[in-house]
Design a protein around this ligand. Structure first.
Ligand code: ADP
Ligand code: MG
Length: 250
């Protein structure tokens, strides 16, 4: 088995005449946090969308462990163990917070098409307890019976984190998880991400906020104009003149 859980090789992605990703190579070791940073429009979200199967690359290949993800549907990639939170929270707005966390955990456990009524009755108590535990983890337990659609944006993002954690993914992708959050919510979210780091879950995090990146990441790749211009430890990246140029000179 490879020590890498994610292996992106030679990926290009064009939108008409625009080359959004150019010759991307990215490998992420199991159990690490890998950050992708770069200016607005650099191609960060496009790269995540290629990994999760929402966009087909024009060239290249994505592997999860030994499995080829390229060409698979987003739900298949999710079933294989890739969970993600997007820039805009994706939740079930009419359901309660508790139900929101239970649905994906159930689907993962039973297989959505194999749900068996009797088995589900037994599984429900366990799934519910686990979901409550997750809501407690993200600081939302006191609101568990509230309707998700009525929450603040910061709370929706934390709910989405709990939904993803409930799937116990092999690889967890986060696209700007603290975007639009007040400082207080950002700090709580960083604390949460640090705690799940201790559990050894592999994460790829896209982040604008340098404070967040440097306190969380084991390695950082810097994307500018669709290409990775630098990769290394936070210390190496911080001191790389190309990074300063991409951010300041851009
Ligand atoms: P980032 O997440 O780093 O801010 P994106 O990946 O969203 O950047 O975008 C990279 C480039 O690709 C930008 O120039 C953006 O306008 C363009 N782009 C992104 N998605 C699409 C799309 N669906 N169709 C056309 N152009 C797109
Ligand atoms: Mg983006």
């Amino acid at each position: 088995m490879s020590e890498y859980i994610l292996d992106v090789t030679d990926v290009d992605k064009n939108f008409g005449g625009l080359r959004a990703l150019s010759d991307i190579n990215l490998r992420v070791k199991k159990g690490t946090v890998h950050a992708i940073i770069g200016p607005n429009g650099a191609g960060k979200s496009t790269l995540l969308n290629v990994i999760v199967g929402r966009l087909a690359p024009n060239r290249g290949r994505v592997l999860l462990g030994d499995q080829v993800l390229t060409g698979k549907e987003p739900h298949e990639i999710n079933q294989l163990g890739v969970a993600r939170v997007f820039q805009t929270p994706e939740i079930f707005p009419e359901l309660s917070l508790l139900q929101n966390v239970m649905v994906p955990a159930f689907a993962k456990r039973e297989g959505i098409f194999k749900m068996n009524f009797i088995k589900s009755l037994f599984a429900e108590k366990e799934v519910r307890e686990h979901a409550e535990h997750l809501l407690d983890d993200v600081g939302l337990i006191s609101q568990k019976d509230n309707i998700a659609g009525s929450m603040s944006r910061g709370d929706k993002r934390r709910l989405e984190l709990a939904m993803c954690l409930g799937q116990q993914p092999k690889l967890f992708l986060l696209d700007e998880p603290t975007a639009g959050m007040a400082r207080h919510d950002t700090n709580r979210t960083i604390d949460l991400l640090k705690r799940i780091k201790e559990r050894g879950m592999t994460k790829v995090i896209i982040e604008h906020d340098m404070h967040v990146v440097f306190s969380l990441a084991d390695r950082i790749s810097v994307l500018a104009q669709g290409a990775i211009i630098c990769e290394g430890t936070p210390e190496e990246v911080r001191n790389d003149p190309r990074v300063k140029e991409a951010y300041l000179g851009g």
